[in-house]
Design a protein around this ligand. Structure first.
Ligand code: AMP
Ligand code: MG
Length: 301
């Protein structure tokens, strides 16, 4: 890839990355309407297309090399565009090597295990891009905003103290470091939408019959907790953006921009891994030559 393309990727990413250790206060610290100086959808389109082309090419090599996996963690409030990001950013990929999982309210079985269990078993295998649509971060977001959810987790009595969130941040950081050290890259995205844009999208979901299915009454109930969520997200961004798995606050009021940035993040990660098609060993080359001779001997006269 040309140097200026790589530089452009870096610019997009630098703008949204949360430096490890930085104290973040939302919504003040990041503008949900930012577009990185790009004028509009038409200007962004060719860059997105180029990004998706690169994504497809690198994904093929990721699968062939089969040493690394990539986990994209997508977090956001309702209607910020998690589903449509998956739909648009992954449209050029080979679905055989993509796994998307949407995490819902935990089941009884899941609640009988420690909170990271259900996420561990969904970590993408080597060669695969996995997407968590909601993730282990719900355990320090929705569970923090609604303390009754923590009650359902059957924690030992001595664990139910105010330190529980600090402990979870430490555990999540350590768990992600384990993943990264062992070949799973973790790319974390918070799609940052404004309250006004969420209101607009909710109304659209109510007014358009084809979008009714995307809306539930629970969504407006959660919206009433907006400030609590901003606080919980600020805490997450301040305590779990690490060298090995930094957070990215991606402005989400303009979908064309959030898609461009998310595709850039995946491409940049793949380029960093730089997977290669495996080349055959001496012995394998001999086997290939023998197979070729056998097939050629079968050529119809
Ligand atoms: P949706 O993403 O709109 O399909 O909704 C999924 C719902 O599951 C959301 O309301 C989440 O808050 C909820 N959810 C996801 N993970 C958890 C969790 N670990 N504990 C409790 N609720 C969760
Ligand atoms: Mg929802």
């Amino acid at each position: 890839m040309p140097d200026d393309e790589r530089a452009q990727l870096s610019r997009l990413i630098r703008r949204v990355r949360v430096e490890p250790g930085r104290k973040v206060t939302l919504p003040a610290d990041f503008d949900p309407g930012d577009t990185g100086g790009i004028a509009g959808r038409a200007e962004a389109e060719p860059h997105l297309e180029r990004g998706l082309e690169l994504l497809a090419r690198y994904q093929d090599r990721l699968a062939a090399q089969a040493t690394h996996g990539v986990l994209l963690v997508l977090q956001a409030l309702d209607a910020a565009g998690k589903d449509s990001t998956v739909k648009h950013v992954m449209r050029g990929t080979n679905p055989a090597f993509v796994r998307v999982h949407s995490f819902k309210v935990p089941s009884v079985e899941e609640l009988m295990h420690t909170y990271l269990w259900r996420y561990s078993v969904r970590i993408p295998e080597r060669g695969v891009i996995g997407i968590f649509n909601r993730s282990h971060y719900e355990e320090v977001l929705v569970v923090r905003v609604h303390p009754e959810l923590l009650e359902r987790q059957r924690l030992p009595a001595e664990m139910r103290d105010p330190d529980v969130w600090r402990h979870r941040f430490e555990e999540i950081n350590a768990w992600e470091r384990h993943l990264v050290r062992n070949g799973t890259r973790v790319v974390k995205v918070f799609l940052h939408i404004s309250a006004e844009e969420q209101r607009r999208r909710f109304l659209e979901r109510i007014d358009d019959p084809d979008k009714n299915w995307k809306f539930s009454a629970a969504d407006v109930r959660e919206r009433r907790c907006w400030n609590d969520y901003m606080h919980a997200y600020s805490e997450v961004l301040s305590h779990t953006s690490t060298r090995w798995a930094p957070w990215h606050v991606v402005p989400a009021d303009h979908k064309w921009y959030s898609r461009l940035v998310v595709s850039a993040l995946i491409v940049d990660t793949l380029m960093d891994i730089d997977p290669q098609y495996p080349r055959p060993s001496e012995e394998e080359r001999r086997a290939l030559a023998e197979a070729r001779a056998e097939l050629e001997a079968e050529q119809p006269s």
